[in-house]
Design a protein around this ligand. Structure first.
Ligand code: DX5
Ligand code: ZN
Length: 215
């Protein structure tokens, strides 16, 4: 299993975004995690297409774009054109998940579905074989710096069981409240990718923290 770290730029200093992009480039992090919020699917508004285009100009690692927006399908192409390598959208925000996943594939972008904390992994049973990635929210989406929801460990185990049963291989990503205390357990239980916002950007030494999260 992979052990990837995706720092979330939601917790970076937007006035000096370029410095934080450079820091991630120079660090041992694997992806940039970019949180798009519309103030409708989640009670917060973050940033959108022009900001991602700007990040793309300087980023030397894949852009993992997490869409927390209603009707995400309408924006897949725009985010792909802005530089997204991976696009994840919420199960709770889309009525036609299968169609949406096929749209992402036709755009040649990696496709992921995100589950809110209350949504059981079982809803993915008939689509899991089509996914490049499953993102489990370990906080309620909308804000950085929240407390990790312990139930997530059990969800990772259940998702791993399903992945084995179906003999498929999507990456398992976990997002929210990840820190140096819980990262090892998350990787050991079966996470492939950990998103970290506050743990990285509020640390004294962000690069060293990324190293610690990986080890
Ligand atoms: C929350 C976002 C997360 C957030 C994580 O809605 O999806 O990616 O930035 O931040 P931390 O790691 O601080 O919980
Ligand atoms: Zn996120």
């Amino acid at each position: 299993m992979a052990r990837l770290i995706a720092p979330s730029l939601l917790s970076s200093d937007f006035l000096h975004l370029s410095d934080d992009v450079k820091m991630v480039n120079e660090s041992s992090a694997d992806w940039f995690h970019l949180d798009v919020m519309d103030g409708r699917f989640v009670p917060n508004i973050s940033f959108g297409i022009p900001v991602i285009q700007a990040i793309h100009r300087e980023a030397e690692k894949p852009l993992d774009v997490h869409l927390m927006i209603v009707e995400p399908e309408h924006y897949f192409e725009a985010f792909k054109n802005a530089g997204a390598d991976i696009i994840t959208f919420h199960y709770e925000a889309s009525t036609h998940i299968h169609r949406a996943v096929q749209m992402l594939k036709s755009l040649d972008v990696k496709a992921g579905v995100v589950l809110n904390p209350h949504t059981p992994v079982s809803v993915l049973e008939d689509i899991i074989g089509d996914l490049d990635l499953v993102l489990l929210m370990s906080v309620n989406p909308g804000f950085g710096g929240q407390k990790f929801i312990e139930r997530t460990y059990r969800k990772i185990e259940k998702l791993r069981e399903m992945i084995e049963r179906e003999n498929v291989s999507p990456l398992v990503e976990v997002d929210g409240g990840v820190n140096i205390e819980n990262a090892h357990k998350l990787f050991d239980i079966g996470a492939d990718v950990l998103v970290a916002g506050n743990a990285v950007f509020k640390a004294q030494d962000p690069k060293a923290t990324i190293e610690l999260l990986k080890k």
